[in-house]
Design a protein around this ligand. Structure first.
Ligand code: PLP
Length: 398
């Protein structure tokens, strides 16, 4: 009989969001008409901005005519988009970037998982705990050894350098789920470490658009030497509301090299470029046509307003709960607020309490790793009115 990939049998049950849905479903069934406010989901709630909608309509019209129709496109992304990315997201911010270092995809989730295709499965991986589960599960699927870097109140949810050298380390800042950020010196410490140790840094910048503090880097390439050690993942999901239509990109600098079995240097950019024509036919033309609208002054202003709104909600959560005596982290350069459960409650106990006493749904921190136990993640992805109502209800709880 054929064999399965037994690594899949080592995966934890992907139960977190289905269990949350089950508990909310059971509560609403027992309490018909319950006015539940959802502050748990990591998905945007504002519709796409008008500039993007306009560009999408125009792209559909292009596909309707023989003279402008686009079939298969370049697997790494259309030049009209990669040139804008290199210019707006990097060069205008003082970061050197060539277009052929940018690879457009259907989102950062796929890329943070798929990047393992070009890396040895025998390598070890260091992951923060708590963590965005995709890094963990995709590396378990590949059979890599995993080392965890606990992020706790004691270290301000910023991991210490690993005690044993990993081949790969994933960092995500602004962080999901804790909402914390790295300062420039903190990120520099990681870049220096990775260069010194020959460790690949996989930097997930999915929430860079939420950074307002000038001392917080939006890109790992703001740090000197990062081009020799880091890959960066970006997403239009939380930046421009593309969670449903899907678009992201990955930067693989040309200087970045790993080793072959004989210790020879191998550049990663050509390997990732080689992978694409074999495994994907690129992100859809329509969606790539929509993304340039995000870089126009009009589009940038519209999506900027939406992000400002989410950051306003994050401030309502952080400040409102802080006044009510809760300990919270994140929520300043991030849409996520990490709340310590009161009275030593477990994550699920606090989740149940908020659901049944306040009709507010959060996400139990333990779903992101053992160090998330005793915490709950609240998100800014709702309206200001609903966010304010939710926080007033929680503040009245004790
Ligand atoms: N990276 C992090 C840290 C995320 O939180 C998410 C989505 O929640 C993603 C990546 C996924 O981004 P995308 O929608 O581009 O796949």
């Amino acid at each position: 009989m054929f064999k399965v990939n037994e690594n899949f049998l080592k995966l934890p049950e992907a139960y977190l969001f289905s269990e949350i849905a089950r508990r909310i479903g059971a509560y609403t069934e027992a309490n018909p008409g319950a006015d539940i406010i959802r502050l748990g989901i990591g998905d945007v709630t504002s519709p796409l901005c008008p500039a993007v909608i306009d560009a999408l309509h125009k792209a559909v019209d292009e596909e309707a005519s023989g003279s402008t129709f686009h079939g298969y496109g370049p697997e790494q992304g259309y030049g009209f988009l990669t040139s804008l990315i290199a210019e707006h997201d990097y060069r205008r911010r003082g970061i050197a970037m060539d277009e052929d270092e940018i690879f457009v995809s259907d989102g950062a989730k796929s890329d943070t998982g798929n990047i393992g295709d070009i890396l040895s499965a025998a390598g070890s991986v260091a992951l923060t705990d708590p963590v965005y589960p995709v890094y963990h599960d995709t590396n378990v699927m590949a059979g890599r050894r995993i080392q965890t870097l606990p992020c706790t109140e004691a270290n301000g949810f910023v991991p210490e350098l690993p005690s044993a050298r990993p081949d790969i380390v994933y960092l995500c800042y602004p962080n999901n789920p804790t909402g914390t950020v790295l300062t420039r010196p903190q990120l520099k410490m990681w870049v220096d470490y990775c260069r010194r140790e020959g460790t690949l840094l996989l930097f997930d910048a999915a929430y860079e658009a939420y950074v307002t503090d000038p001392d917080v880097p939006r890109s790992v390439y703001e740090i000197e030497g990062a081009r020799e050690t880091a890959i960066e993942f970006r997403s239009y999901s939380k930046t421009a509301g593309f969670t449903g239509i899907r678009l992201g990109y990955t930067v693989v600098p040309k200087e970045l090299c790993g080793a072959d079995g004989n210790g020879g240097r191998v550049a990663l950019n050509p390997l990732w470029r080689r992978r694409h024509p074999t495994k994907i036919n690129g992100a859809t033309f329509l969606i790539q046509r929509a993304a340039p609208a995000h870089y126009t002054p009009e589009g940038a202003a519209q999506s900027g307003e939406i992000i400002k709104g989410y950051l306003g909600n994050a401030a309502l959560i952080r400040e409102g709960l802080g006044r009510a005596g809760y300990k919270c982290w994140g929520g300043t350069d991030s849409p996520y607020v990490w709340v310590k459960t009161p009275d030593g409650l477990s994550s699920w106990e606090f989740f149940n309490l908020l659901l049944t006493q306040c009709q507010v749904a959060g996400t139990p921190g333990c779903g992101f790793g053992p160090s998330g136990e005793g915490y709950l993640r609240l998100t800014a992805f709702n309206t200001p009115v609903q966010t304010r109502r939710a926080i007033e209800r929680i503040a009245r709880l004790f």
